[in-house]
Write a protein that binds this ligand. Structure first.
Ligand SMILES: [Zn+2]
Length: 107
């Protein structure tokens, strides 16, 4: 199971994105709604078992789509909604995430 800093960072990013989407689209405040909670734990489990581990690229650029089709549709909707909003809510996470993506693409 992956426990390194790359995966931890990716988990944090996905959590923040789901939070933004849940608040914006489902009107929740502190806690996530049940379906977003489920999506988050699914995404984090996928990351824990990601076969690339610490060498992984960002999930958006990953050649292997390890999500089930329905989860993939859900997470895509979250990313589409939360992506631009990350700039306002979590600029540092977004920057870090973007840099990881660029760095792993160069390899
Ligand atoms: Zn929600």
């Amino acid at each position: 199971m992956n426990t390194g800093p790359r995966i931890a960072c990716e988990k944090k990013t996905v959590e923040q994105m789901i939070q933004i989407a849940c608040r914006g689209k489902h009107g929740t405040r502190e806690e996530l709604c049940a379906s977003c909670e489920q999506l988050l734990s699914y995404a984090q489990t996928r990351l824990s078992y990601c076969r690339f581990g610490e060498n992984k690229t960002t999930c958006g650029a990953c050649p292997i789509h390890c999500y089930k089709p329905d989860k993939r549709t859900e997470i895509r909707a979250v990313m589409r909604y939360a992506g631009p909003r990350m700039l306002f809510h979590h600029p540092f996470t977004l920057l870090q995430h973007t840099l990881h993506g660029i760095r792993s693409r160069k390899k």
